[in-house]
Structure formats: structure tokens, C-alpha cells
Design a protein around this ligand. Structure first.
Ligand SMILES: Nc1ncnc2c1ncn2[C@@H]1O[C@H](COP(=O)(O)OP(=O)(O)O)[C@@H](O)[C@H]1O
Ligand SMILES: [Mg+2]
Length: 374
């Protein structure tokens, strides 16, 4: 047999394997590879294959939607296991910390320019692990990515399914993964650490192991037509072997002060007339709150402003003064110093807000600016 026909034979077998082992999602990528390989030897075949793949991929998302596969339900309760969110072009863009903004944007860009990747034999990022404290935008980012791509977001809350009998959990998780694999979608496995957290009696250990094995295998094999995102607040519970399975790990930091101010500004909108100074004050007084705490606080303040018939400005000042009044002296001093370190806030304002004298603020600021020798 010639080298040529032996290669052809291998390709044919690969194609048969993909078609018959539930990997049909990977066929377009494989055919693209073949088309590239035979571009010089058989340009006609190469061109034909290329255009077949192109036509099929643009049709397939529409077809899959029409296929009408039923949403998986729990075998006992008959409740839906998945929350399905349609893409929403108006989904708000999260505030991204500089160190993760690029990672998230490239997840979107790779999909938008997927043809450039596949024509170079590359796949887009298929799986990502979002790690970080609660309320910093892990779920929101998954929703935003799906919306940017015009794909539905399928959410499986693992803390909910893991709470039931494990044998059932295994079936449920498998049903969801099977369902999600067959569509163009973003699948979010939320509260991913729930799997690791589960403490079992001896009879269930084997079952749990099997479930984890299935999950990890699925992460490896996730079809490039979809994206799998897992999110966790407790990264320390995850085995390093689990981390390694993901194409990308995004670590969401607690928001930095400037990002908190940006989030507040956005939540207030443009026309609320709240001065920059008070936004900065608020961003410091809220301290290390998560974005979700901040969002709730702003809504509270808006409601209060309406009911008190105050301007939002004044309501914010009222809130800040109440907060400060509750602080012990040492924290007031610290706050005064942090406030006066922000350029938009004068020492006089810092003093007025905290009740710490300007003299004291000046001395403390000079001391900390000068370091241990100052
Ligand atoms: N990065 C962010 N930018 C703007 N708002 C945010 C951000 N992160 C969280 N929020 C607000 O907090 C809410 C909850 O955030 P979520 O994404 O569910 O947090 P997580 O999944 O990290 O626990 C969001 O709906 C949004 O109102
Ligand atoms: Mg979340």
C-alpha cells in the first residue's frame, strides 16, 4: 500500500470513530485538518471539504436548536436540573480587574474569530475555571460571555444536585452533561467545589469517585462548539488534578478600591449628580465589600433617598456618617488617613467626616508617607 493511501486509510478510520462514538461535534475540526493537509496534493478535495464544513457549522447551531431535545429533569422530583438563560444583548458588562479582563475578553474573541483559529488547526479555549470569593462576578461573567456569543447559558448548581442521594446525583449530572454537550451553549457548573466538599459514608465513596472521573473526562472532551465554565468560591477544596484539567483558570480578585468606585459610579448612573468625592468616600467606607454587597447597598440607598425625600447625595452622606459613628477611635483614625490619601478628598473633608482633627490627620499621613524613618 502506498504511503498516500495508508494516510487516507487512517483518516477514514478516524472519521468513522468520531462519527460513531458520540464525538460528531469534533468532525468539522477534523475535516478542516484534513483539508489543510491535502491543500497542495489535492486542492480540489481540500476546497470541497472546506466549504462543506463551513456550510455545516453555520447551519448546525440552528438545527440543534430545532432538535428540541427535552431538558433533563430529576427522576424523582421531575424538576428541571438546569436553569437555562437566553442570551441577552443588554446583559451588563462586569467590572473586570485589570489582571482578568484580558482573559475574559479573549474567551469571547476566540469564538468570534474561530475560523481563523480552526484554519490554523487550533481550537478555542473549551473549559475555564473561575475562582474567587463570593460576589465578585463569576456567575455574571459567565452570563456576559454567553450573551456576547449569542449562546444560551445553562446553569447547573452542583450544591443543589449534590445534596441528594449520590446514585441519583450521578445520573443527574450525566444527564445534564449529555444534554449540554449536544448544543452550542455555555454550560456553567456553579459551586463546583460542592463535589469535593461532600463527605460520604463508605458505601458512597465508589460512587463519588466514579462521578468525579466522569466529570473530569467530560472536561477533557468538551466539544469546541460549546464552552464549559466551572465556578468556585473554595478553590482550596479542589485537587490540583482538577485544576489541571481546565484549559484556563481565571482568578477573580476582591475588588480594588478604584474598581469599587467604578462599580458605584456605574450603579448610580450618570444623572444622579453624586459628586466624585462622595463616590470615593463611599468606596473607602464600604471597605472590602464584594460587588454584590455594593450593588445591594446602592439599591438600599436609592430606596431610602426616595422615602426620606432626600437627594441621593445627602442620603449617601447620611449613611457614611452613621457608619463612621459606629467605628472605634482607632478605625476612625485609619479611615481618616485612607480618605485623605485619595486626591479628590481634602484633609478638611476627611476630618469632617471622621471627626479626627486635621492636625492629627496631617501628622499620621506624614508619618506613614515618610515610612519608619520619617
Ligand atoms: N465584577 C462585577 N462588576 C459589576 N457588578 C458585579 C460584579 N461582580 C458582581 N457584581 C454584582 O453582584 C451580583 C452577584 O455577582 P455574581 O456574579 O453572582 O458573584 P459570584 O458568582 O462571583 O459569587 C451581580 O449580579 C452584580 O450585580
Ligand atoms: Mg456565583
Amino acid at each position: 500500500m502506498s504511503a498516500e493511501s495508508s494516510k487516507m486509510r487512517d483518516d477514514f478510520l478516524t472519521l468513522a470513530r468520531l462519527a460513531l462514538t458520540d464525538k460528531s461535534q469534533d468532525i468539522p475540526l477534523f475535516l478542516n485538518k484534513v483539508a489543510r493537509k491535502c491543500r497542495d496534493g489535492d486542492p480540489e478535495l481540500s476546497g470541497e471539504l472546506g466549504s462543506l464544513v463551513k456550510a455545516a457549522t453555520s447551519r448546525s447551531s440552528a438545527l440543534r436548536r430545532e432538535a428540541g431535545v427535552p431538558v433533563p429533569v430529576d427522576s424523582d422530583s421531575r424538576l428541571h436540573l438546569l436553569r437555562i438563560e437566553s442570551p441577552n444583548p443588554d446583559a451588563p458588562t462586569p467590572v473586570f480587574a485589570p489582571e482578568i479582563g484580558h482573559q475574559i475578553l479573549s474567551l469571547v474573541r476566540e469564538r468570534r474569530e474561530i475560523e481563523r483559529l480552526t484554519s490554523s488547526g487550533l481550537e478555542p479555549t473549551k473549559s475555564a475555571l473561575f475562582v474567587g470569593p463570593p460576589g465578585v462576578g463569576k456567575t455574571m461573567s459567565a452570563r456576559w460571555i454567553a450573551s456576547q456569543l449569542g449562546l444560551p447559558l445553562l446553569v447547573l448548581d452542583l450544591s443543589a444536585v449534590m445534596s441528594s442521594f449520590l446514585g441519583r446525583t450521578g445520573n443527574n449530572v450525566r444527564a445534564v452533561l449529555d444534554y449540554a454537550k449536544r448544543q452550542s451553549c455555555v454550560l456553567l457548573l456553579d459551586e463546583f467545589d460542592s463535589i469535593a466538599k461532600r463527605r460520604d459514608d463508605a458505601t458512597e465513596v465508589g460512587e463519588l469517585k466514579r462521578l468525579v472521573t466522569v466529570l473530569l473526562q467530560e472536561i477533557d472532551d468538551w466539544p469546541p462548539s460549546g464552552m464549559l465554565i466551572a465556578a468556585t468560591n473554595h478553590s482550596e477544596l479542589l485537587d490540583p488534578a482538577v485544576w489541571r484539567r481546565f484549559d484556563l483558570v481565571v482568578r477573580f480578585p476582591s475588588p480594588a478600591r478604584e474598581d469599587v468606585a467604578r462599580a458605584i459610579r456605574r450603579l448610580l448612573g450618570d444623572d444622579e449628580g453624586v459628586g466624585a468625592e462622595w463616590i470615593d468616600v463611599l468606596s473607602i467606607v464600604l471597605g472590602d465589600a464584594s460587588y454584590s454587597d455594593i450593588a445591594k447597598r446602592i439599591v438600599h440607598l436609592r430606596r431610602a433617598a426616595v422615602l426620606d425625600e432626600l437627594r441621593l447625595d445627602d442620603e449617601i452622606q447620611k449613611f457614611v456618617r452613621q457608619r463612621v459613628a459606629e467605628l472605634p477611635r482607632s478605625e476612625k483614625l485609619e479611615l481618616a488617613e485612607r480618605l485623605s490619601a485619595v486626591s479628590s478628598i481634602s484633609q478638611r473633608a476627611a476630618s469632617e467626616i471622621t471627626g479626627v482633627s486635621r492636625d492629627t490627620i496631617r501628622k499620621r499621613s506624614a508619618k506613614s508617607a515618610g515610612g519608619p524613618h520619617g
